[in-house]
Write a protein that binds this ligand. Structure first.
Ligand code: GTP
Ligand code: MG
Length: 521
């Protein structure tokens, strides 16, 4: 990133490395999944296809991230367990958590039509995610036992609830019938009223699903005599088991023994203090501006594979902006956002109570919503280009204690946009004119803004200041409030939706903020 006088704002970012010997687990769960299930008319209490889609996304996560060795999921949630000494992204919690939830959400949106060919995915689904640190294998064992126990309790409850509702009771009446009932009573209710033997329901509903990697022999090609050539390959394998945290199951899987180790004993009772630690979440400081910055993962490659125009692809940037508009429509607490290249910064109001200011919840819900929207909107912006693989974004939350520092943060990003864009414009013009990439690089080494502008004019007859303003200044997305002055004269808003506008003003100077006094009030 380029140097500027605003660089100091980086010091507000906090370290969040998960120290060894803690084991890293990332748990994700659908945010407002009930609403999503209603909109898409999913089967109650369990929708087999929706569960299969969750399992398929989890398998894709395991294939994408080799450091994840085990996963367990039910309903709208999944937990991913990393190998003992993983060095994945230097064990940075927010990075790891956001990448996984982003990738999962993108895959979910991509695979939807495979599982629901006759149902359109009507809105992006976002997931809440958190990192759970397990100080030892025994704690991990307790974690898994706790999740599987939840699966059982919730499934039994939901099965009863929906049978009662389907038999004619209102939701309120059904809840009243079940209030205070124990497992045994629920089992009896199902059997006596509906002739259902709970134990005969599908294992996937009752026990959840485990997916982990195994080594399997695979035919890679055939030799000239038609004889198959086999190689050992990592392959995700799905298992349903009643006791995933039991010694019998766990210690029987060679792969888990190697990557994580054996369970010494069976768990009798899950310690309350462990559960408390699984539920712990960091809260962001009150009365500070929260910025969630998301950034495309390996977008250098993504833009090559999808043949984005260099250095700026208008449609790719429009797609990013459109996703940002969708994010602002969804999250009313976001007052402003600024985007450039493959990144976007979302500013939440100082007094926002979104997800009780819990850092990982806010980051995950925004990054996963954005990722899902990116996949869903792709064809609107690239009708003739296939999305070749699922993109993912990482995310972080940073608090800025004053409006002045927040503005310096935004200025930092816009200065970065300017410096990078100017460099890239020169670089690609030199390359397009016949120089090799390394020649272009050494040509530009140590040049200042003025020299680069001169180079563009002299060699290519390009006046840098006449290039599209979106390329030079990035994009701001915000709500136009009535009390603010009307659109500034020097910018053309490219999208107007529910009063949310995309513009490309200079946000470093005071004039922008004077024209829009209510944004950061
Ligand atoms: P990580 O973020 O560290 O995972 O790597 P990254 O490859 O995403 O790089 P970074 O975020 O630092 O920079 C974004 C990269 O995305 C740029 O270097 C470009 O290669 C690419 N990119 C973003 N926008 C465009 C575009 O409009 N056109 C083209 N051709 N490339 C783009
Ligand atoms: Mg990136």
């Amino acid at each position: 990133m380029a140097n500027s006088k605003y660089e100091y704002v980086k010091s507000f970012e906090v370290e969040d490395e998960v120290m060894l010997p803690n084991l890293i687990v990332v748990r994700i769960e659908g945010c407002n999944f009930d609403g999503f299930a209603d909109i898409h008319d999913l089967e109650k209490a369990n929708d087999e296809k929706a569960l299969a889609l969750m399992n398929s996304c989890a398998a894709a996560v395991l294939e994408e991230y080799p450091d994840i060795v085990f996963s367990y999921g039910f309903n709208d949630e999944y937990s991913f367990v990393f190998k003992r000494k993983t060095k994945f992204y230097q064990r940075r919690a927010s990075k790891i958590m956001s990448l996984i939830v982003s990738f999962f959400s993108s895959v979910y949106a991509t695979k939807w039509k495979e599982f629901f060919p006759h149902k359109e995915m009507k809105c992006p689904l976002s997931f809440l995610a958190r990192v759970v640190c397990c100080a030892s294998l025994e704690v991990l064992q307790a974690y898994l036992a706790w999740r599987q126990n939840e699966c059982h309790i919730r499934n039994l409850h939901n099965t009863c609830l929906w049978m009662l509702i389907k038999s004619g009771k209102s939701a309120k009446e059904a809840v009243e019938v079940l209030e205070g009932t124990q497992k045994q009573e629920k089992n009896e209710l199902l059997f006596q009223q509906f002739g259902i033997n709970y134990r005969m329901l599908p294992e996937m509903f009752r026990q959840g699903s485990c997916i982990f990697m195994t080594q399997a022999e695979d035919v890679v090609k055939h030799n000239e005599h038609g004889i198959p050539i086999k190689r050992m390959r990592r392959k995700p394998r799905m298992i349903h088991n009643e006791q995933i945290a039991g010694r019998n199951f766990w210690n029987g899987q060679q792969y888990l023994l190697t990557e994580l180790g054996p369970f010494e004993n069976d768990i009798k009772k899950i310690k309350a203090e462990y559960i408390k630690s699984f539920l712990f979440e960091n809260k962001l400081m009150p009365s500070t501006w929260i910025v969630i910055r998301i950034d495309g993962c390996h977008f250098h490659r993504f833009s090559e594979v999808h043949e984005f125009e260099k250095p700026n692809d208008q449609q790719a940037l429009n797609l990013m902006n459109s996703c940002a508009v969708a994010v602002l429509e969804e999250f009313k607490d976001i007052v402003f956002s600024y985007g450039v290249s493959d990144e976007y910064s979302f500013v939440l109001s100082k007094d926002s109570k979104l997800h009780q200011r819990q850092a990982s919840q806010i980051v995950s819900v925004i990054v996963s919503f954005f990722s899902s929207a990116y996949v869903m909107k792709w064809k609107d912006f690239f009708p003739f280009k296939e999305l070749k693989y699922t993109p993912s974004f990482d995310g972080r939350a940073v608090c800025y204690p004053s409006t002045e520092i927040l503005r310096d943060y935004l200025a930092w990003r816009q200065v970065d946009c300017h410096i990078n864009n100017q460099y890239n414009t020169c670089f690609w013009m030199l390359v397009k004119s016949g120089k090799s990439k390394s020649e272009a690089q050494s040509h530009l080494k140590g040049t200042q803004t003025r020299e680069k502008n001169e180079l563009l004019i002299r060699q290519f007859n390009i006046d840098y200041n006449t290039l599209p303003v979106m390329f030079r200044q990035g994009s701001s997305v915000f709500r136009m409030k009535e009390e603010d002055s009307m659109m500034p004269e020097n910018v053309t808003p490219t999208e107007v939706k529910q009063n949310i506008i995309v513009d490309h003003s200079n946000i470093i100077e005071d004039s922008f903020w004077k024209e829009h006094p209510s944004i950061l009030c």
